[in-house]
Design a protein around this ligand. Structure first.
Ligand code: HEC
Length: 260
């Protein structure tokens, strides 16, 4: 009679499978891993500050409240109210932009979408956002003067250009009927980016990567406010199941010992 044991073993295998990270395969171009860490409060706090400074004027986070952000990110009400919230916003309110969508469309050609779920909606998840923030390049043919190899012809300008600098694409001929693993620029394959000396940003490449990673981490958190909590609960759940399986095994043995 080993039924209960194999049942619990199955349950545990399932728990391990579920808790393992599922990495979605990107169909288009190679994505660099964002390496976000939702357990890193410092990264999430910096991401929140960067988001409020550089993104919140255009984008809404309709499913996220300032109060919830304060609680989850370990910030005080005062820190959020004083340093992060725009004037006139209320602490219990959703993090919406004050931008009028009609005006935005007239100005940018498109209304900036709500970003609450952006890190979950794309097949590549948070990595997409990270790579997008790193892939703006100068393109005078675009209305805003910017283009993006991850999101070609995006109508969003490169709002972080003062930090990153102005990138120019490096390309090589596209192979006949071939695919460009890093993306395309004017029918050519992208090989990388260069930043001319006089167009350098205020940050080094590594520092800018960290900025992009922090913003991405913040948006990944917003997409799943309880993800950080759930990850740590997941570890305990697996440990608990392992312990429980062991217990069930010995109980089962003990129970049948006298009967055999
Ligand atoms: C000047 C306004 C403006 C600012 C500021 C801005 N964006 Fe955007 N953003 C847009 C617009 C407009 C689009 C839509 C682009 C399109 O669809 O062509 C967009 C699109 C996006 C998308 C893709 C959304 C999708 O559904 O595909 C992401 C991700 C994004 N923005 C992130 C950011 C982040 C992060 C920041 C801050 C660092 C930021 N944006 C700042 C205007 C803005």
């Amino acid at each position: 009679m080993t039924k209960p044991v194999s049942f619990f073993r199955g349950l545990m295998a399932a728990a391990v499978l579920i808790s393992g990270s599922v990495s979605a395969a990107g169909a288009g171009i190679e994505m660099e891993s964002a390496q976000v860490d939702l357990g890193n409060k410092g990264s999430l706090q910096r991401g929140a500050a960067l988001y409020m400074n550089y993104c919140a004027s255009c984008h809404s986070l309709g499913y996220q409240r300032y109060s919830r952000m304060a609680e989850d990110l370990g910030l005080t009400d005062e820190q959020v109210t004083k340093y992060l919230m725009p004037e006139g916003a209320k602490f219990g309110e959703a993090m919406n932009t004050g931008l009028d969508p009609v005006q935005a469309t007239a100005w940018l050609g498109k209304a900036p979408p709500d970003l609450s779920l952006i890190a979950r909606r794309k097949a590549e998840g948070a990595d997409w956002v990270y790579n997008y923030l790193k892939s703006f390049y100068v393109d005078e043919s675009r209305p805003m003067g910017w283009n993006n190899t991850v999101f070609p012809n995006a109508s969003m300008p490169h709002v972080l250009w003062e930090l990153q600098g102005s990138q120019h694409p490096l390309t090589e001929a596209k192979p006949e009927g071939g695919h460009c693993p890093k993306g395309e620029v004017n029918g050519q394959c992208l090989t990388g980016f260069s930043i001319p000396e006089h167009k350098k940003g205020s940050l080094s490449a590594e520092e800018y990567d960290q900025v992009a990673r922090d913003i991405t981490a913040f948006l990944a958190y917003v997409g799943e406010p309880s993800a950080a909590k759930r990850e740590s609960i997941g570890v305990w759940a697996v440990l608990f199941l392992a312990l429980f399986t062991l217990l069930a095994y010995f109980l089962n043995k003990e129970y049948w010992r006298d009967i055999h």
